[in-house]
Design a protein around this ligand. Sequence first.
Ligand SMILES: *Cc1c(COP(=O)(O)O)cnc(C)c1O
Length: 367
Amino acid sequence: MRTKNYLLLTPGPLTTSKTVKEAMLFDSCTWDDDYNLDVVQSIRQQLVELASAKSGYSAVLLQGSGSYAVESVLGSAVGVTDKVLIISNGAYGSRMVEMAQRLEINHCVYDCGEVSLPDVHWIAQLLQQDSAITHIAMVHCETTTGILNPIENVAKLAKQYQKRYIVDAMSSFGGIPMDIAELNIDFLISSANKCIQGVPGFAFVIARTDALEQCKGHSRSLSLDLYAQWRCMEDYHGKWRFTSPTHTVLAFAQALKELSEEGGIAARFQRYQQNQQKLVAGMRALGFTTLLEDGVHSPIITAFYSPSVPDYQFNIFYQHLKAEGFVIYPGKVSQSDCFRIGNIGEVYERDIDTLLVAIEKAIYWKE
Ligand SMILES: *Cc1c(COP(=O)(O)O)cnc(C)c1O
């Protein structure tokens, strides 16, 4: 085990601050007011405030990684007589489809491939053709490629056709400004270890209160019952139904404080965007090509085609960068040979500068 940390250029877990890690040096009691009232309730309140300036929303925290919360929402929000349209253009959209299959949830899928944005006119047509659809679910930043999906346009359709709207904003919430009331989002899902810059261990759902009320009795799972988890947190002042990830929660409270100190989501968005633009410009100067066009790109993670250098192997490239203190991410796109570099977390422009120097050396490095 290395004692010196490397920089995680991956979209979660990501590099956290020393102070976030230090916040975990305290053992909390799961039923004491110090923890539930002061920490958990305050986190729930802050999440709601970060999500919208308007009222009518509530936050539910749930043990597990981000996928647990996505599965909890699908399994609790979509009732037996309902039907969800899942819009997919990557691995996380496909994961929602897999969940719907496993849970035997009525669903239909609009898959527009991995490198294009969904066509809003086509979605409107699907909604017109199939009146059984009650919910629309999609991913905001599809971390597979870094594409940023048009949640604003789909929000308009959800409102026009009166559908419940579920958004996996796992890798964007906290890093890209949005107001979920303006966007008509009923359920927004994210997790502790992405743009809020906490450590892994739980996920959260920020939902319209009336939409949460409607989840009662729907859940196909006991531990992933969103309604039951919400009621417990509401009725017992921040209490989790089952053992809560106490240390992770303390780290998250500190991460929220640091987000505010940085200047909030708008300031963090700026930093991420500067990181990403610097990265792309530097990589292009080294001869790399991005998988996506600039216009559809998020400021979160970027996919690059593997370099056309003789004998290039991702693993060697990866190991060399790791030795220099940077951990990058393999590709996840099925059709193209890529690797990915994330720029969220405690990552600053100076880190991107050092990374680019290391990449230039690593491309031509052989064993
Ligand atoms: C990270 C992520 C998830 C959740 O992945 P987990 O490994 O379960 O935390 C879901 N959707 C998107 C878009 C993500 O980036």
